[in-house]
Design a protein around this ligand. Structure first.
Ligand SMILES: [Zn+2]
Ligand SMILES: [Zn+2]
Length: 289
């Protein structure tokens, strides 16, 4: 059967029945990944195996999360955990409504550090919370989740690496710079979702007040296109098959600028890496490894 899957220029999904087919596990594939949204308007990423279904952050409304999961053949009711990176609204705006399952089924377990949990508004129901400390490895079903501290202006911000059956995926956004500890955690990734928030020149001449510009540029702010491409040039694991640039600023970046900076870095290394730019507010295609 001819697949009617069609990509928009930057890998965004065009809704249609074909995506349900695309969302099904391909024979022989181990891992399914889809960035449901990635920007300061809302962040949420699905990562799952045939047995374990995780969401990282819940910054989209419940309705939107459910709709975008349905497009890839997944459901909130089947989630095994929601991992929280930090307490900013674009990451947890709908956490408790997304974590609530239908009818009388227990809520989806929420994984958060103690400090992050304390910084969250609490739900009207009894949530299922699994607390962890940065640096701990969590075992959720058949996925090992390595957690690590990120430099960001939140109480206890966290980045993640996911390992299953020899495949490693890194996911880190909302970081002011790239410390050696994160370079260490991101070694040997097969799949990487990395922030490429702003173009420094656009930020400098852009509409933000000076204090906000300082915050974004600061060591607890967001990663620029330049720093993301510097990481690709110097440290990205050669085995990386796919890199998704995420958390692009809608005011201070342009998808083509982010793509160009990363593409030049990839080309400079002579690597055959699939480069995808997650458009703010749009769902990416589904990746199966
Ligand atoms: Zn954010
Ligand atoms: Zn943040």
């Amino acid at each position: 059967m001819q697949q009617k899957v069609r990509d928009e220029p930057n890998g965004a999904l065009v809704p249609g029945r074909a995506f349900l087919l695309q969302g099904k596990f391909r024979e022989g594939s181990i891992l399914k990944i889809c960035v449901l949204a990635s920007s300061s308007a809302g962040n949420s990423t699905f990562i799952g195996t045939a047995n374990t279904h995780l969401l990282v952050d819940a910054g989209l409304s419940r309705r939107e999360t459910a709709a975008r999961l349905a497009l890839i053949g997944e459901s909130i009711d089947d989630l095994d955990g929601i991992l929280v990176s930090h307490e900013h609204t674009d990451h947890v705006g709908s956490l408790w409504t997304v974590a609530k399952r239908r009818e009388k089924r227990p809520p989806v377990p929420v994984y958060a550090t103690d400090a992050t949990f304390n910084a969250l508004a609490k739900p009207a129901y009894e949530p299922a919370v699994e607390k962890f400390c940065a640096g701990l490895k969590l075992i959720i079903g058949d996925i090992e989740v390595q957690t690590y501290t990120t430099p960001h202006d939140a109480v206890d911000p966290i980045g993640f690496c996911f390992q299953t059956q020899g495949l490693k995926t890194g996911l880190v956004t909302d970081l002011g710079y790239m410390p050696d500890s994160i370079r260490y955690h991101l070694r040997e990734t097969d799949f990487l979702i990395l922030e490429s928030n702003h173009d420094l020149e656009m930020l400098k001449v852009g509409p933000y007040p000076w204090q906000v510009k300082q915050r974004v540029m600061g060591r607890k702010g967001h990663l620029s296109n330049d720093v993301a491409s510097e990481f690709i040039r110097q440290d990205m694991a050669p085995a990386t098959q796919t890199i998704i640039l995420g958390h692009l600023s809608e005011q201070n970046n342009h998808p083509e600028l982010a793509r160009l900076a990363a593409a030049q870095a990839i080309e400079g290394r002579g690597l055959a890496v699939k480069l995808v730019v997650a458009l703010p507010r749009k769902q990416t295609e589904v990746f199966q490894l």
